[in-house]
Structures are given as C-alpha cells and as structure tokens.
Design a binder for this molecule. Structure first.
Ligand code: MLT
Ligand code: ZN
Length: 487
C-alpha cells in the first residue's frame, strides 16, 4: 500500500496472511478453487445445529496472543468487524455473523495449558483449550476443575468465559465467573490486557475480568485465563430418584442441602417425556422404570476417601422414602453406574431433535418459583399451541431450567416455528420476568436474545452497558450486533 492510497481488501488479506501464515487463514471465494475454500469455512460459519448459517470475509486461526493482537490491530485499521470464536457449541448464535466483511477469529490453535500450579491450586490456560482436555490435565496432577457441561468434549475455555458458562456443578462451585482468578485479553485497539493473576483477593479498582467474562466477545477477545482448582471429588455417590411433582423435587433438594451441606455438587431435574424420548431414540434405559412423572439425578462428593458417602446416601434416600417424597430410587454401586446416570442426563438433551424441533429456553428463577413457572408456563403454552410437548429439564439445584417445548407431532418444524416461536418466547419470558427471573441463565445472549434485552433489561443497566461498550470498542468492531440492542 502506498503512503497516500486507501487500504484495500488485498492489503487486508496480505497483512492477515502474513500474521498467521497461509495455512492458518481461510478466505471466502478466494480463487478458482472457491467452492473448496467455502466448504472448509462452512463449519466456522454455521451454528452447530445448523439453525443459523452465517457468512464472513475470512476465518483466521492465530496461535499466540501476539498474533491475536496483530489481527485485531489490522482489523481495526481496516474497520473490519471481528467475531471471536471457540468450539462453536453456543446456543444463542454468538459467534456467527451476517456481515460478509467480518473476520471470524477462531482461537482453536491457542490450546496450551500454560501452567498448572499445584501449590496454589490454579491453572493458567489458553482460550482454545477444550474443556475436557483441561479437566483431564489437572486431574493428572491430582486436582479438579469443576466446570462440566454436555459439550465439554468440544467447547473451548474461551467460549466458556465469553458466555460465563454454567453446567452441572454450579450448585457447589459456581459458574465460570466464580472459578476465574485472572484473565488475558486483546482489546479492540490491539493492546493486551494482562491480568493473569492467581490471587484470591485483589481489590485494585474496577474488576475488568468480570466485565470481559460474559461479554461474548463484544468488549475484547479473551486469550487466556487463570482458574481456581479444587481437591478431586474422589469420594462420590450418585442417586437417581423418581418423584411425583416438582414441589417434591424441591423438597428433596432442601433435604439434600441440609444433610450434605457443601458436598452436594449436582441436582438435575428430568421429566418423564425426556426419559421416554431417551429410551425411544437411544440404547439407554432408565434404571428405575420409565413411568414416573419426574426424575432427579444428583451427585454428592468429597475429597476425603476415608469416610465413604455410600451409607449416608442410603440413609438419606430411606428418609425421603419415609417422608413420602420419593417414589422410587437407586444409587450408584460402581463407576459404571455413575457413568450411566451422567449419560442419561447428557442423552436427554441430544435425543430431543429426533422428535422435531424444540424451542429452547435457558431461564432462571428463584428455586421456590419453579413449580409455579412449570405449571403456569405449560398451561399458557397449551393455550397457544394445544398439542405442544413441554420438555423442561435442567439444573434444579441452581434454579436454571431448560424449559424447552417440542414441536407437536402433527406439525412440521417450519409450521411450528413460524406460527408459535415468537408468541411462546414472549409468553414464557414474560412469565419468568414476572417471577424476577432471567431469560438467559447460562447460554448468553448472542444475536438470538438481543430483542429480549430490550424488553426485559433494566434501562439504566442497558445505558451503562452501552457506555462500557463504547469505551472498550469505540468503532463497534468487536462482535457487533450481539448482546446489546440498537437504541
Ligand atoms: C444442558 O444443561 O444440558 C444444556 O445447557 C442444554 C442445551 O445445550 O440445550
Ligand atoms: Zn444447561
């Protein structure tokens, strides 16, 4: 580029290619071989369930923080939007874009674990590391990283941070935010924020890491983080129980919290329809029959192996039975059974698709409000669409339900979505709002829930968020059109 001429697309391509090398960048419609290139790009353009297919000018795979910084600096110079991307397992279209000029910055090459500090019980890891790889690496050092979710075999740490992911252990350990001690991120002007502290106390002004966590790439690109680690859950017991009602399930939760206090890690609600669906579409069988209205899978765990929890678990279930709260139950006798229970919980999510499309919700309300939400939500949904199939499951222990609604058997996916999607989202989200709940508990906002931000988020909060966005990203290049609604 000559000194006075305007930067061109060719300049942009050349600079980006120089930063990461030709093998680490894909361009749309690049050359005669365009089809091949586009097909290579496809997995990075579309959402994993193919519910949204996006576009982009390029997908780039930097390998170091320095490369990310250079990519961001270059994109800013050319005023090109940047979409940070991890494992692409998100549910709210947070890392797809409709902008053909955008560059997708995929972090998968930044997958190193920089340090496991056994003494301080921390790990520093790059954004592209797959969650399960992190869990395994720290387990090999005799430690435990508690973030755990269905997509852990493919989701990446950067995405977990960007969405403040939750999962099945939030009840005991908190969500990603609660596990994070420090952060490294590339800001919109290409500078690097280095706050990879291992500190458990650090009151030195504004907590920038907590602004970046959950910001979905709209304030900067997270490149690494330092997390707390814990003693392993070497001594764990699982239970699988059946109850008559959600109110009974909550009573069981309260009993479990009283008895096991800090040892209760997971407490997940599963409806009958999910068990039926799982048995129909997978090889798995429910260990206590498929006729009960509601099921709970729970896990108690301790690091101390000298005091097995098995007997206490049995006593707990005996008490629940005597109180008439539980209609059937079984406990894990070995590792295979524990795996089986966890597989059931994972599989009920995957098999939904075989019954037609589901409208997916990710709401949270105070736990005491869950029975009323389930009862009234189902009644309201049936008024709108009489043959709808409610499929509510999820993290009862922390008040986060995936209050899904599957398409009626008699309808096509397209008919269902076009006729009912908007009305159902509005009805359920209004109800959640009326119960002082949240329309997004652990999956984020992406582009999918931007309109909900406008409808439900406190206007003062929105105004402050817009000001923060502007000061972090004055040219609105970092994942634009996500999270914040237009004024
Ligand atoms: C889960 O809890 O299994 C997931 O958050 C649900 C989903 O991926 O839709
Ligand atoms: Zn979930």
């Amino acid at each position: 580029m000559s000194k006075d001429s305007k930067p061109t697309i060719e300049d942009l391509k050349k600079t980006l290619t120089l930063i990461v090398g030709q093998e680490n960048i894909l361009f749309a419609n690049d050359n005669a071989d365009a089809d091949t290139d586009n097909s290579k790009m496809q997995p990075y353009l579309e959402e994993s369930r193919q519910r949204k297919v996006g576009v982009a000018f390029a997908v780039i795979f930097p390998s170091t923080t320095d490369e990310v910084a250079k990519v961001v600096g270059t994109c800013r110079f050319h005023k090109v939007p940047m979409i940070a991307q991890g494992g692409n397992t998100g549910r709210c279209f947070g890392c797809q874009t409709d902008n053909p000029n955008a560059v997708i910055v995929n972090l998968k090459n930044m997958n190193h674990i920089r340090e496991i500090d056994v003494e301080n019980q921390t790990v520093t890891v790059e954004a592209g590391c797959i969650l399960q790889d992190l869990q395994t690496a720290v387990a090999e050092k005799g430690l435990f990283f508690p973030l755990s979710l269905g997509a852990e075999g493919s989701c990446q740490i950067g995405g977990n941070l960007a969405t403040n992911a939750g999962g099945i252990n939030v009840l005991r350990y908190g969500n990603t935010r609660d596990l994070t001690l420090g952060i490294e991120a590339v800001m919109s002007n290409g500078t690097v924020l280095n706050e990879l502290f291992e500190l458990r106390k650090n009151n030195t002004g504004y907590d920038l890491k907590n602004l970046l966590i959950g910001s979905e790439g709209t304030l900067g690109i997270i490149t690494a983080a330092t997390f707390k680690l814990f003693p392993p859950e070497s001594n764990s017991e699982h239970g699988f129980i059946a109850v008559n009602s959600v109110t009974d399930a909550i009573n069981c939760l309260q009993q479990a919290q009283k008895r096991f206090a800090g040892k209760l890690s997971s407490f997940e609600l599963i409806p009958n329809i999910a068990i039926e669906c799982m048995e129909k579409h997978s090889q798995l069988k429910c260990p206590i029959g498929n006729q009960h209205p509601w099921y709970i899978w729970y896990k108690i765990a301790d690091a101390n192996i000298d005091k097995p929890l098995f007997d206490e678990n049995i006593t707990f279930l005996d008490e629940l039975m005597n109180d008439g709260l539980v209609i059937d139950a079984t406990v894990s006798q070995n590792e295979a059974m524990k795996q089986h229970f966890w597989q059931i919980r994972e599989t009920i999510v995957d098999v939904q698709k075989y019954e037609g499309i589901s409208l997916k919700f990710d709401i949270s309300v105070p736990i005491s409000a869950i029975p009323i939400l389930i009862e009234k939500g189902i009644a309201a949904a049936k008024v709108i669409c009489p043959d709808i199939r409610p499929y509510p499951f999820g993290h009862l222990g922390d008040g986060n339900l995936h209050y899904n609604f599957t398409c009626p058997k008699t309808m096509t996916d397209e008919e269902y979505l076009s006729q009912y999607q908007d009305k159902l989202y509005e009805t359920i989200h209004d109800m959640v709002d009326g119960l002082d709940g949240s329309f997004s508990a652990e999956h984020g906002i992406g582009s999918q829930k931007v309109a909900d931000m406008k409808r439900y988020k406190d206007p003062v909060a929105l105004d402050l968020m817009r000001k923060i966005k502007h000061s972090f990203d004055p040219f609105n290049l970092m994942n634009p059109d996500k999270v914040l609604p237009k004024k």
